[in-house]
Design a protein around this ligand. Structure first.
Ligand SMILES: [Zn+2]
Length: 345
């Protein structure tokens, strides 16, 4: 053990340089030949007081933030994450080291694979020692989706229920579950009288806890640990983890406990998750803030143009059409006016 390690109270993680390659029909994130190796503590990163100037600045703040922002369908973004924070360490998680779970993920995407030993999937034996680790893109993507879903379910959809303070009693837990069922019903629009009430409630109550099951399953992989702090003659408490993914979930839980919540950036062309540095901050970066301001000013101009050009139609009809186009991501006077014309005639 080298002396600098003694002062650290968390496990560390490491990263190298990565690329995505297709090996026998399956895409893997692999280490690049001769890529260096550097270590860091994924739990150490603090939310800065000032938001970043550009969106990509969020990627550098901390791994649990960067991970929430990846579009799982975008390989570039997956690589960018890996090159900033390393692989997820899926092989060392309870969830993704399970052959059945992993096989199901491949099945779901109709990719044929036979996994006999989980290590064969996560290690490339044809490569030199130290460069063998690899992670299948499909499993990495699944991990992203699960994480985002968790933040949305526990962190955002049900945030008014007060889960963050924990359930101090059975009564509170029941209140939480009933509230979740109420929200679900509202979103699904199920008429109450058509439900087999009792049966339904039991299955639904179970379902409301699924996000917590997932959270706790990943958290199984982290443990508290103590270190002797030789400098201060004391004991320091920290965390032991074997995968970046479990460190990410741990940090998410710690942030929730401290009342730090993920929100979506308000700019309609970003909408990515971030943890605001201040309560009144609704944008993940200065550039999103500025773009949003300009965009809203433009929208007012485009709407005016649309109203005057199509003044033979009712104002509310044009406004409605206009808003639906904005929501669908349309931009620019010409393309919006063209689209309105197409839909009117
Ligand atoms: Zn943004």
């Amino acid at each position: 053990m080298n002396s600098s390690r003694i002062k650290e109270n968390n496990s560390s993680w490491w990263k190298s340089e990565y690329e995505i390659t297709n090996i026998d029909g399956i895409e893997f994130i692999v280490q690049m030949k001769g890529g260096g190796r550097s270590e860091y503590d994924p739990l150490k990163y603090k939310i800065p007081k000032k938001r970043p100037e550009v969106q990509s600045g969020q990627l550098e703040i901390a791994p649990h933030i960067a991970f929430s922002r990846i579009n799982p369908d975008n390989h570039e973004e997956i690589l960018q994450f890996a090159n900033t924070w390393g692989l997820l360490g899926l092989r060392k998680t309870t969830t993704y080291s399970d052959i059945n779970t992993v096989s199901e993920i491949f099945d779901k995407h109709n990719v044929a694979i036979e996994i006999h030993k989980i290590d064969d999937l996560y290690k490339n034996k044809n490569k030199p020692q130290g460069e063998r680790d690899r992670e299948p893109v499909i499993v990495f993507q699944e991990a992203i989706r699960k994480y985002k879903e968790l933040i949305n379910k526990i962190g955002n959809e049900y945030k008014d229920v007060g889960f963050k303070k924990g359930f101090r009693s059975k009564k509170e837990l029941n209140k939480y579950m009933n509230e979740m069922i109420r929200i679900e019903d509202k979103t699904r629009n199920v008429p109450k009288k058509h439900k087999k009430r009792v049966e339904d409630i039991f299955t639904k109550k179970g379902q409301t806890l699924i996000p917590f099951l997932h959270l706790n399953e990943i958290l199984k992989d982290v443990h508290p640990q103590v270190f002797p702090d030789i400098v201060n003659h004391s004991i320091s408490k920290g965390w032991r983890f074997d995968s970046l993914l479990s460190a990410i979930y741990l940090r998410l839980t710690m942030d929730w406990e401290e009342g730090k919540e993920f929100i979506e950036c308000t700019w309609r062309k970003c909408n990515r998750l971030f943890i605001p540095n201040r309560k009144d901050n609704q944008h993940c970066s200065d550039s999103c803030h500025n773009n949003d301001k300009t965009d809203r000013a433009n929208q007012r101009k485009w709407l005016e143009e649309a109203l005057s050009e199509f003044n033979s139609h009712s104002q509310s009809k044009i406004e409605q059409l206009f808003n639906s186009l904005i929501e669908a991501g349309y931009s620019g006077k010409v393309s919006i006016l063209d689209e309105i014309r197409k839909r009117l005639y």
